[in-house]
Design a protein around this ligand. Structure first.
Ligand SMILES: Cc1cc2nc3c(=O)[nH]c(=O)nc-3n(C[C@H](O)[C@H](O)[C@H](O)COP(=O)(O)OP(=O)(O)OC[C@H]3O[C@@H](n4cnc5c(N)ncnc54)[C@H](O)[C@@H]3O)c2cc1C
Length: 488
């Protein structure tokens, strides 16, 4: 049986941020993730906004960790190489009646020490955002955008480079306190750890119930998004938000530029029962377009190229306003069992600050000694398409695989696919490649490159075609060969 000092359940942005922060210390650390890669859950499917901290009341954990996390993002992006743009945000009042709410948000932001907040008149907004209609707006310059999956992958890969063990496709199925350690049961065998961190996102209640009776419920609230074609990227320059929907405890349908140059519309808010029900519907699509048109009347109907959804982990019912603070606490009955409950938005932004808090909690349980060998910078990936012609030619001279284009839409080379598949956490699905080097993310959505990625997986990584998966443990792409070697 393998022994660890700290076991983290969940490789979302929260588990990965904690793993990276812990990897600065001389500790044996394991992350158990039931998906085939990190960022398999909510951390992949959200708005990708680095919030400023104006939406949560002053004394809340949400406000504290959001403001602290926001301030940590630039240096993390410099160290880990994930993309980050401080595009800023307008929260708009569509009529006179909404202006009070803008004043309220400004006051909350100032109470939370968010800097640079300014009220702007409708005509002033028009100069910066010619397509947006409003009577007044609150300008929030400290809000930014990132790629949430790249951020999570960078945190996890840097943790792995600093010796954290990632166990993918490993679902924690049982937990038991035994003298001074926990016995952790998984589909891949049993493990032991002195401290267990429950960062299982939507499954946080299920994990608590493995050791004690939970004193809370989780309410799932699906948010659907529409992705607009890159041809419409000039519709907005910053993020455009309505005033928040208080009754549901959500921020409302906003219009957000993405790092890749698309525009997102969404998210909707619908309370559901099944955490795996990530469907997108025609009805919501129509509603999202109508709501977005209230902000940008000239929004074209035919701009949508894709849709996806993410699920909020709420601790409050819609009847009670849908808002509840995070619960980040060590179990009273089970010392050493640390729970992160209800980490909904702004969880992506708050992750780095939450990770620091968890280190403090763990330091009260285990003596933490800093490592001299911690490598804060990740081994960066080169993007062939972003290099100059001279740099591209030099790479091809060194290794001809830089000259073989595998993904024609995003101009990704064979060398980049091999590099993506050589990642330190051992993720090897078609999606793992997509989220690391963009092969398959373009207009044809993998129609051309999937066959080449499959070939590379066999040729360089000795993978049998029947073991190749799209994105999750049971998403095998092939049952067997119809031609060639069928001996097995
Ligand atoms: C619609 C929407 C929009 C959002 N927009 C933003 C935004 O713009 N900015 C922002 O700051 N925040 C945003 N958020 C919030 C943010 O996405 C979440 O707070 C954050 O991703 C939560 O991360 P997590 O690690 O807790 O959860 P997850 O990413 O869900 O990770 C939990 C992981 O645990 C794994 N797991 C579960 N059970 C087990 C088990 N038994 N064994 C092993 N593994 C297990 C899961 O597979 C999963 O990968 C948004 C959320 C939603 C839903």
């Amino acid at each position: 049986m393998k022994n660890f000092q700290v076991a983290i359940i969940g490789g979302g942005v929260i588990g990965s941020a904690i793993a990276r922060e812990l990897s600065k210390y001389k500790l044996n650390i394991a992350v158990f993730e039931m998906g085939s890669d990190v960022a398999s859950g909510t951390s992949k499917a959200n708005s990708g906004v680095v919030h400023s901290g104006i939406n949560s009341p002053h004394s809340s954990l949400k406000a504290r960790f959001c403001v602290e996390g926001n301030k940590m993002f630039q240096s993390l992006a410099d160290e880990l190489g994930f993309p980050l743009q401080w595009v800023g945000k307008y929260i708009i009042a569509k009529n006179e009646g909404e202006i009070n709410e803008l004043e309220h948000l400004k006051k909350t932001g100032m109470d939370n020490s968010v800097s640079g907040l300014e009220m702007k008149g409708g005509s002033e907004v028009k100069k910066k955002e010619p397509n947006v209609s409003c009577v007044k707006a609150l300008w929030v310059p400290t809000a930014g955008i990132t790629l949430p999956y790249e951020f999570t992958i960078a945190l996890a890969e840097n943790a792995a480079e600093n010796n954290v063990r990632f166990f993918l496709e490993t679902k924690v199925t049982g937990l038991k306190k035994q003298q001074n350690h926990f016995l952790i049961k998984t589909n891949n065998g049993d493990f032991q750890a002195e401290v267990v961190v429950n960062a299982a996102g939507l499954n946080c209640r299920e994990v608590v119930s493995m050791v004690e009776e939970p004193d809370f419920q989780v309410y799932l609230c699906r948010g659907e998004y529409l992705v607009l074609d890159k041809n419409y990227s000039s519709l907005i320059n910053s993020m455009i938000y309505p005033v928040p929907v208080k009754e549901l405890g959500v921020l409302g349908v906003h219009i957000t530029p993405t790092i890749e140059g698309n525009i997102l519309l969404g998210p909707s808010a619908e309370f559901i029962d099944d955490p795996y029900d990530k469907r997108t519907t025609k009805e919501t699509m129509n509603n999202l377009i109508q709501e977005a048109k209230e902000i940008i009347p000239s929004l074209p109907d035919k701009a949508v190229i894709n849709a996806y959804s993410g699920i909020r982990c709420k601790l409050a019912l819609p009847e009670s306003g849908g808002w509840a603070d995070y619960r980040i606490e060590e179990s009273k009955n089970m010392p050493g069992f640390i729970n992160l409950l209800g980490v909904e938005s702004p969880g992506l932004t708050a992750a780095p600050a939450i990770a620091k808090e968890i280190i403090k909690m763990i330091s009260r349980l285990i003596e933490l000694k800093e490592k001299n060998s911690f490598k804060s910078r990740i081994h960066g990936r080169k993007r062939f398409s972003e290099l100059s012609t001279e740099e591209q030619l030099n790479l091809i001279k060194e290794d001809e695989r830089w000259g073989r284009i595998v993904c024609r839409c995003e101009h990704v080379t064979e060398a980049e696919v091999i590099e993506a598949l050589s990642n330190p956490i051992g993720a090897k699905t078609i999606s793992s490649v997509k989220y690391r080097c963009r092969a398959g993310m373009g207009r044809c959505q993998g129609g051309f490159c999937t066959q080449h990625i499959v070939r590379i997986m066999g040729e360089y990584f000795n993978m049998d075609v029947t073991d190749i998966k799209l994105k999750s443990p049971n998403s095998n792409l092939f049952y067997g060969r119809t031609r060639g070697d069928q001996s097995d």
